[in-house]
Structures are given as structure tokens and as C-alpha cells.
Design a protein around this ligand. Structure first.
Ligand code: ADP
Ligand code: MG
Length: 344
């Protein structure tokens, strides 16, 4: 039995089914990401777990106890939201102490725990500051300290970093991951950003229209998408219809399938490669775009356009219009079902 279990959870608002028979388990100490486009039901599932929302059908079990009908205040679940939810008229210290005061903890215990939580989120020195004087990143750190100080069984983080700029976001991603490990917390992190899900998670639950499309480790989900939707959402796959794949390679695809090819599995070279167990095709470079340490080419082979990612090494650049060879390893051409999968 898992530490948290969702059993056939259904949530309807009127006749809008927002969660459609969600079933999965979360192991103690794991950081699980709910990844999916906006509106697919991620926040609703968190709200059902925290008790802010009632499920329409199904059950939720936490640490062996059915909490489906337990009031929110009796679930011992901490939550951090996207919008900064600090009390504006309280200092950082007062915000962080709030939960412990409500629990009527002794004053010296409050003082120690608040100090520790503030140090953990690296806000030492800002104890007396008011939220309005803090940056967005600092406010989210304070909100995080406020959630962990009461030692919740589970920490829920609903897109806590989506309003924070890229560089700071990376630092906070690592800090959240570290805190999760240091405290042995079981956490659920919601995001619509695949890169964020990749770096944060022990397990990714990929959501689509109120259902789980795919679950697995970041590497599994990245390298073995189970459906066209999964491949379109993660890993910037080239997705080719059976007809397009036929025109590209001359090979057939099982009916009902499309072919997904990750851009970094495609080789590009000036000389014809030996190409064992691979399709070797002549192609023309259409354009190239630097993306950090990766150079992404758009090439055209047999009338089909493909993305090809290479490590950005200056001695390997091809100009637009260059005549090149591309090499598609057969094992990298994944045949997957058209449309969305239906998780069992
Ligand atoms: P996500 O967090 O994945 O972006 P949400 O769980 O917030 O998605 O919302 C999923 C769907 O449920 C949306 O269509 C949203 O409009 C609907 N929804 C969420 N909360 C309510 C509510 N309180 N009343 C009616 N519809 C809601
Ligand atoms: Mg949401």
C-alpha cells in the first residue's frame, strides 16, 4: 500500500467532469509532479487531497487512513500556492510562526522552529521584513517556510514558481528538492513546465483532460512516451504521420500509429555516415537556432521537415541551405498510438 492513494477519484462541477477516475499511489518521501496543460485538473486534485474540495466519487487514503471525508484542518497537509499568500500586515517571522501559534505551541518552541525554517529557505536576516518589501522569490521562500514549519505529513506545491523569473526559479527548484530530501517530506508539485518536472521529480504523473496519460520517472516519460499527446508535451519530439514517415524513409508504420523521433537522436553530418541500423538520408538545412548549449537545426529530407538537436560546438556548424546527411537510428523511431492513450 502506498503512503497516499487516489482510488478512482472523480470530481464533477455540474456536468463538467474535471477528474475522471484518477487512480495512483505516492510513496513516502517521494516528490511527485503533476504535469499537464492548464485546465487539465491538477489544482483540483491537490484541492481534493487537501480537503478544500470534496470528491464526487472515489476515495483518498493517507498513511493507511481514509481521509475522503476528513475536514481540511484535520489532514496535516501543508500547501504553497502560485500567488503569494502571505499575510501582508505580518513580518516574515510572524507569517512563519502563524501555524504554530494556532496550534498553541510553547513560545520557545515557536522561536526555535521559526528560526530553523527561515534558515532552511535561506531568508535569515529578513525576519522583520514585511512581504511588500520582498521580491517574488523571497515571498515564495517565506510561504514555503510557513508551510514546512508545522511539519506536515504532505507538502503540496501548486505552481509555486511560475511567477518567478528563470534564473531564480532554477535556484528555488533545487532548494525545494533539497528541503524535500532533508525533511523526508512527501511532496506533490504541480507544474505545466516539462523542464521543471524533469529536474524536480522522482515520479511524473502526466495529466490530460482529467486523466493520467502516463506515469513514470522523468527518464521513462522522456524516452518512452506512450501516446502522441505525451510525445507532443515532453521532449519536443518530431511527430510524423504514417504517410510522412513513409515519404521520409520508404518504410511502413502499423495502422493507427504515428512515429515520434527525439531531435537529439538524429545525427547530422557533411559526409555520408555508415549508418548501421539507421536510415541515412540526404537533407538540406533550412535554419538553425541556438538554444543554450544546443543548436537546433530545421532540415528537410524527402520533403519532410525535421528538428535535429546537436551540442553547440562551433566547429560543427552548417549554414542555411547546406547539403547534409541525416542519420535516423531505427530504434529511435518510436511507433506510438495516434491521439491520447488511456492509462489502465
Ligand atoms: P489546472 O490546475 O490543471 O490548470 P484546474 O484543476 O484548476 O486545472 O481546473 C480544471 C477544470 O475545472 C477547469 O476547466 C476549471 O474551469 C474547472 N474548475 C476548477 N474549479 C472549479 C470550480 N470551483 N467550479 C467550477 N469549475 C471549476
Ligand atoms: Mg492549477
Amino acid at each position: 500500500m502506498s503512503y497516499i492513494e487516489f482510488n478512482n477519484v472523480v470530481k464533477r462541477f455540474g456536468d463538467n467532469t474535471v477528474l475522471d477516475h484518477i487512480s495512483f499511489g505516492i510513496e513516502k518521501g517521494d516528490l511527485v509532479t503533476l504535469l499537464g496543460p492548464s485546465g487539465c485538473g491538477k489544482s483540483t486534485l491537490l484541492r481534493c487531497l487537501s480537503g478544500l474540495e470534496r470528491v464526487t466519487e472515489g476515495t483518498i487514503v493517507l498513511n493507511g487512513r481514509d481521509i475522503t471525508n476528513v475536514p481540511a484542518s484535520k489532514r496535516n497537509i501543508g500547501m504553497v500556492f502560485q500567488q503569494y499568500s502571505l499575510f501582508p500586515n505580518m513580518t516574515v517571522e510572524q507569517n512563519v510562526a502563524f501555524g504554530l501559534k494556532m496550534q498553541k505551541a510553547p513560545a520557545d518552541e515557536i522561536e526555535n522552529k521559526v528560526k530553523e525554517a527561515i534558515a532552511m529557505v535561506e531568508l535569515t536576516g529578513k525576519e522583520k521584513a514585511y512581504p511588500a518589501s520582498l521580491s517574488g522569490g523571497q515571498q515564495q521562500r517565506a510561504a514555503l517556510a510557513r508551510s514546512i514549519v508545522t511539519e506536515p505529513d504532505v507538502l503540496l506545491l501548486d505552481e509555486p514558481l511560475s511567477a518567478i523569473d528563470a534564473k531564480l526559479r532554477k535556484a528555488l527548484q533545487s532548494r525545494i528538492r533539497e528541503i524535500n530530501q532533508e525533511l523526508g517530506l512527501t511532496s506533490i508539485f504541480v507544474t505545466h513546465d516539462q523542464d521543471e518536472a524533469m529536474v524536480m521529480s522522482d515520479v511524473i504523473q502526466l495529466f490530460h483532460n482529467g486523466r493520467i496519460e502516463q506515469a513514470g520517472s522523468p527518464v521513462e516519460v522522456y524516452t518512452r512516451p506512450v501516446s502522441e499527446f505525451a510525445a507532443s508535451f515532453i521532449g519536443s519530439y518530431n511527430l510524423l504521420s504514417a504517410d510522412e514517415f513513409g515519404r521520409l524513409t520508404g518504410d511502413k508504420v502499423a495502422s493507427g500509429n504515428v512515429v515520434a523521433i527525439r531531435p537529439e537522436t538524429v545525427g547530422i553530418s557533411a559526409e555520408r555516415p555508415a549508418g548501421e541500423e539507421a536510415y541515412v538520408l540526404e537533407a538540406r538545412v533550412k535554419s538553425s537556432t541556438p538554444r543554450g548549449n544546443v543548436l537546433r537545426y530545421e532540415v528537410v529530407a524527402n520533403g519532410i521537415q525535421l528538428r535535429v538537436d546537436t551540442l553547440f560546438r562551433s566547429f560543427h556548424l552548417f549554414d542555411d541551405g547546406a547539403h547534409v546527411f541525416i542519420e535516423l537510428p531505427r530504434h529511435a523511431c518510436l511507433q506510438i498510438p495516434v491521439g491520447v492513450a488511456r492509462a489502465a
